[in-house]
Design a protein around this ligand. Structure first.
Ligand SMILES: Cc1cc2nc3c(=O)[nH]c(=O)nc-3n(C[C@H](O)[C@H](O)[C@H](O)COP(=O)(O)OP(=O)(O)OC[C@H]3O[C@@H](n4cnc5c(N)ncnc54)[C@H](O)[C@@H]3O)c2cc1C
Length: 387
């Protein structure tokens, strides 16, 4: 119905094998917040992902990837997303994945050579720095406080960013800064003396390579070659990366939530209560059924948006609807899975508790649910769209 390619079944099988035989056995709770150990595990798994022929499914073939369509990608990313480590190993995880989108679309040949080549090869990491502490940019990007001022031969950037995923150990950052009326994205090397990762912010989730950093930019001089694309187009470029980034997140998290429910179903089959398996209790059955309904709807919405992207159609409207629905649906599924598993679901003896924690911030980043609802409603009412 959604027109997958002939090579997809074999590729899906290869990713499934990689996830079950290589990635999941390497997962342990100690990796979740140990940035060095996570980096090392990713590096060793990456070599295996390359060997298995499943590396960088989203990248064009010319850049060392598999060049998959969005529809094929939706299946492959879901499969990879069952594991915390597989998307990192396969180099199809944020923030590098969307940063590669920006560098492919807006980078000059020189910038691509210097930044995209090592990123695509998995030899370097990057981050995307937009959000700022109060009173700076958050849900409302127009509140941007970081400023880039013109100087002879370049720009001087001053500001502070936070919750910047992947910042610790990243080789460079794409930094959004105010330039006159608009905003511009600058590529800033981590070695720049005006750029400093102040700290890693401990957050509810885990398995984020490079953590979530707070970054200080103090009299940070970059030359004109650091401008990504055109001066003043930063918000448009940030928006352009967000739609595919959100959709890819949905794909991976549908996989993660499915794994949580599969573990809960196994538990419900073997665990007895009051003389019968949990799986025979109607309230448990309802949680399982509701979760499958959520996952099915989440998949169909995601696949439909993916098909539209392949057809080069706009997903401006769908992207917001998919993000709201999927982020909330996968949260419900993970929550039910944890509930079905009782104390085990609350513990680090099972990955379900970490899956539940990972799902929660998805309702905040890439646009909070409330912001998407408000944008959707305004557009629907303004354009008198009928359901
Ligand atoms: C795990 C994680 C990773 C992140 N990674 C990155 C990253 O790599 N790079 C980066 O730049 N940023 C990143 N962020 C930051 C993220 O983009 C912001 O958290 C998000 O944009 C919201 O901004 P804020 O936190 O300042 O919330 P605020 O803007 O303070 O909003 C708080 C809450 O107010 C409500 N709200 C806000 N505006 C509206 C509105 N118009 N209508 C209705 N309700 C509204 C919503 O409920 C919202 O959750 C990350 C955040 C998290 C949690």
């Amino acid at each position: 119905m959604f027109g997958y390619s002939d090579r997809l079944p074999a590729l899906r099988e290869a990713v499934r094998r990689f996830v079950d035989e290589e990635a999941i056995p390497r997962e342990c709770p100690a990796l979740a917040h140990d940035l060095d150990a996570l980096e090392a595990a990713t590096r060793s798994l990456r070599a295996k992902a390359m060997e298995a022929g499943i590396y960088a499914p989203q990248l064009p073939v010319a850049w060392g990837g598999l060049g998959l369509s969005w529809r094929d990608r939706s299946v492959v990313l879901e499969e990879a997303g069952r594991s915390f480590l597989a998307p990192l190993a396969m180099n199809c995880a944020p923030p590098d994945q969307p940063n590669m989108i920006n560098l492919l679309a807006e980078g000059t040949p020189l910038q691509q050579q210097r930044y995209l080549v090592p990123l695509a090869r998995g030899e370097a990491r990057s981050c995307f720095a937009m959000t700022e502490p109060e009173p700076g940019a958050g849900s409302d990007p127009s509140m941007l406080q970081t400023v880039a001022a013109r100087r002879p031969g370049g720009w001087v950037i001053n500001g502070r960013k936070w919750f910047i995923s992947g910042a610790v150990g990243a080789s460079f950052a794409l930094v959004l800064a105010k330039t006159g009326e608009g905003a511009t994205i600058f590529i800033v090397d981590a070695g720049n003396p005006g750029y400093r990762v102040v700290r890693n912010i401990a957050s509810i989730d885990g398995f984020q390579i490079g953590g979530h950093g707070e970054i200080e930019l103090q009299d940070c001089f970059v030359d004109d070659g650091a401008v990504l694309g055109e001066v003043g187009q930063g918000f448009a470029y940030a928006q352009m990366r967000l739609e595919p980034a959100r959709l890819s997140h949905c794909m991976r998290f549908i996989g993660r939530a499915s794994r949580a429910m599969a573990l809960a179903q196994d538990y419900a089959d073997r665990r007895h209560s009051f003389g019968q398996p949990l799986a025979q209790l109607q309230q448990v059955q309802a949680m399982v059924a509701d979760s499958h309904i959520d996952l099915h709807a989440a998949r169909l919405m995601t696949w439909h948006a993916a098909a539209k992207l392949d057809a080069k159609e706009s997903i401006k409207h769908e992207s917001a609807m998919v993000k709201v629905f999927v982020s909330e649906a996968v949260g419900r599924v993970a929550d039910r899975a944890a509930q079905i598993m009782g104390a085990l679901g609350m513990s680090e003896d099972s990955p379900v508790s970490m899956i539940l924690r990972e799902m929660r911030p998805f309702r905040v980043y890439d646009g909070a649910s409330e912001v998407h609802r408000s944008t959707l409603a305004r557009r629907i009412l303004k354009e008198s769209l009928r359901p």
